[in-house]
Design a protein around this ligand. Structure first.
Ligand SMILES: [Mg+2]
Length: 208
C-alpha cells in the first residue's frame, strides 16, 4: 500500500498572502476604492476573528458590500475572480506534487471552511493531485476528534510549529515542520525550509 502524505494548505502549498493581495487589488479596481482603504476596512472585519483560518468569504463579501454600499454580487465577482488564484502556489509545489503523486497517496489536512479551501486548490490548479478519501478540512485541527480521522502513520506537512509539535506528541504520525520564515529546526521532528527536498526528507523517517 502506498504511504499517505497530508499537506496543510495556507502557507504550505499556497502563499495566502499573495492571494489576499490579489483580492484587494481586484476589489480596489472593481469598486474604485484604494487598496489602503480596503486594508483599513478589513481591520473592522478581522477584529471579530482571532485567526485567519476562520476567514469566511461570504461574511467578508457581505461586510465589504455593506461598508461601501455596493452589491454583494459585484464584491463576490471581484473576490472570486480567477486571476486572484493564479500563481499563488509556491514555485516548487506543482512539480513536487507531480512527482510524489506517482508513489504516494496525497491528501490534505487543513483548517478552515471546506468549500473555500477546496475552491482555492481547484482554482490554483492543485486539486487534481489529491485523493478525496484523505482530504480533511476541519474547523479545528488539533482536537482528538480531528486527529482520529487521519490515517495512522501518515506523513503530515505543516508550516505551523504547533501542529508539527502536537503531531509529534500524538506519536502515530510522521510530521514534518515546514519553516519558511527562519532557519530554526524543530527539536523532535524533521524540518524543511521549503518543499524542494521533501522527497529525501520523507526517506529520513525510515532511517530513524
Ligand atoms: Mg498553514
Amino acid at each position: 500500500m502506498r504511504d499517505t502524505i497530508l499537506f496543510d494548505i495556507d502557507y504550505t502549498l499556497l502563499n495566502t498572502l499573495v492571494f489576499k493581495e490579489n483580492c484587494r487589488s481586484k476589489l480596489s479596481e472593481f469598486l474604485n476604492i484604494s487598496v489602503e482603504d480596503i486594508c483599513v476596512a478589513e481591520k473592522g472585519y478581522v477584529k471579530k476573528e482571532t485567526e485567519f483560518t476562520d476567514f469566511n468569504p461570504e461574511e467578508y463579501i457581505d461586510y465589504i458590500s455593506k461598508k461601501y454600499n455596493v452589491s454583494t454580487q459585484d464584491v463576490g465577482k471581484a473576490f472570486f475572480d480567477d486571476e486572484n488564484f493564479k500563481n499563488i502556489s509556491y514555485p516548487e509545489v506543482v512539480s513536487l506534487l507531480e512527482a510524489l503523486s506517482k508513489n504516494y497517496k496525497l491528501g490534505i489536512f487543513s483548517e478552515g471552511f471546506k468549500s473555500f479551501q477546496l475552491l482555492k486548490l481547484h482554482k490554483s490548479g492543485l486539486l487534481a493531485y489529491f485523493d478525496r478519501e484523505v482530504t480533511f478540512v476541519i474547523r479545528r485541527k488539533l482536537t482528538q476528534k480531528s486527529l482520529d480521522l487521519l490515517p495512522k502513520g501518515s506523513f503530515v506537512i505543516d508550516d505551523n510549529y504547533f501542529v508539527a509539535d502536537a503531531l509529534c506528541k500524538a506519536g502515530s504520525f510522521k510530521p514534518i515542520w515546514l519553516n519558511r520564515k527562519t532557519k530554526e529546526k524543530h527539536p523532535d521532528c524533521e524540518t524543511v525550509f521549503d518543499l524542494t527536498n521533501l522527497k529525501e526528507v520523507l526517506g529520513n523517517y525510515s532511517k530513524r
